[in-house]
Design a protein around this ligand. Structure first.
Ligand SMILES: C[S@@+](CC[C@H](N)C(=O)[O-])C[C@H]1O[C@@H](n2cnc3c(N)ncnc32)[C@H](O)[C@@H]1O
Length: 304
């Protein structure tokens, strides 16, 4: 699967599992918290939706998406030029590019920074400037590999994707009951005001209100929201009145815990809307269950 935007928190590793819950007749896929748009890319490459709405509040990131989809040659060439120019002076070059990005917001500069920065993790200071440090052990993705990923995604999404950089609540206004909304908001456990991980922290009440309104409109949606790793639990469960079906996906051993010398499995919480549960005829026995990779691979048979 091509994946041109390196991004901490990308759902690339569990995308295949999430796709299993897509209704067969999905027309549009909305991704209001797109980041690296892992689910959009996976859905496009597996023919799981006809057209796509990619949104993220981070305007330069959406500008980068515009360039990936509509100007893949120019972006690949610009990335290769930056990557080659860094050789021999990697550290000072990164700092210069970071300053230039903060002045200009040019998309190829953001791509270079994401490829080179620590954990591919976007961080901004209080003035909104990108301030993440470089990972000095890596040069960033090789330009040939990057070009292949950029062209792969452009080919998948061009001509059937709308891009926007607005608040998530606005970005789903046009969704209908024939579409599917996939939401992956910043984690409750990591989105406090002091945390610069995402461009803007997220208010849980605003999210809950939106989910209620989507239910009233009969919209099918999937929400990735918090989870737990070993004994550590991130965030509270969502209110019962939303009548969501809550599942856990076994996402495998946590690389963070492994770094700390522990072997712990991460479980990703997935919430399915009532309209989606009806639409795919998911049995109530799934509610609250932990879905291992084997169990999810059986799902198409159970749903058939
Ligand atoms: C957990 S990341 C999404 C990762 C994504 N699923 C992927 O595969 O890369 C959350 C994203 O939400 C965006 N975001 C934060 N607040 C937002 C808001 N109010 N409206 C829209 N996007 C927002 C952040 O910029 C970030 O890219």
């Amino acid at each position: 699967m091509p994946h041109p935007v390196p991004y901490q928190g990308s759902k690339r590793n569990i995308a295949e599992h999430i796709l299993q819950f897509f209704p067969l007749d999905t027309e549009g896929l909305y991704e209001p918290f797109a980041g690296s748009a892992a689910i959009t890319i996976a859905a496009a490459s597996r023919g799981k939706a006809e057209h796509f709405f990619v949104n993220d509040l981070n305007e330069p990131l959406i500008q980068l998406w515009r360039e990936i989809i509509h100007a893949p040659s120019r972006l690949s060439a610009n990335y290769a030029q930056l990557w080659n120019a860094q050789l021999g002076r990697e550290r000072s070059f990164y700092d210069d590019i970071r300053s230039l990005f903060n002045e200009t917001h040019r998309p190829e500069l953001l791509l270079y920074l994401l490829a080179r920065c620590v954990k591919a993790s976007v961080r901004y200071n209080s003035s909104g400037e990108f301030n993440q440090s470089p990972d000095n052990r890596r040069l960033g993705r090789n330009p040939l590999q990057m070009k292949s990923d950029i062209f792969g995604v452009s080919h998948l999404l061009r001509g059937r994707t709308a891009l926007s950089a607005q608040d998530f609540t606005k970005s789903v206004e046009t969704a209908t009951s024939r579409d599917l909304v996939y939401m992956d908001p910043p984690y409750q456990g990591t989105s406090g005001n002091r945390d610069g991980r995402y461009i803007k922290g997220l208010n849980v009440e605003t999210l809950t209100e939106l989910l209620g309104r989507l239910n009233e409109r009969d919209i099918s949606y999937i929400l990735s929201y918090d989870g737990h790793c070993g004994d550590t639990k991130y965030g509270d469960a969502l209110p019962k009145k939303l009548k969501l079906c809550h599942l856990f996906i076994d996402a495998g051993v946590s690389s963070q815990a492994t770094l700390l010398g522990r072997s712990e499995t991460t479980f990703e919480s997935l919430y399915l809307s009532p309209a989606l549960v009806d639409r795919i005829e998911l049995s109530p026995k799934f509610h609250g269950s932990i879905l291992t990779k084997e169990r999810i691979s059986q799902l198409p048979l159970e749903l058939a």
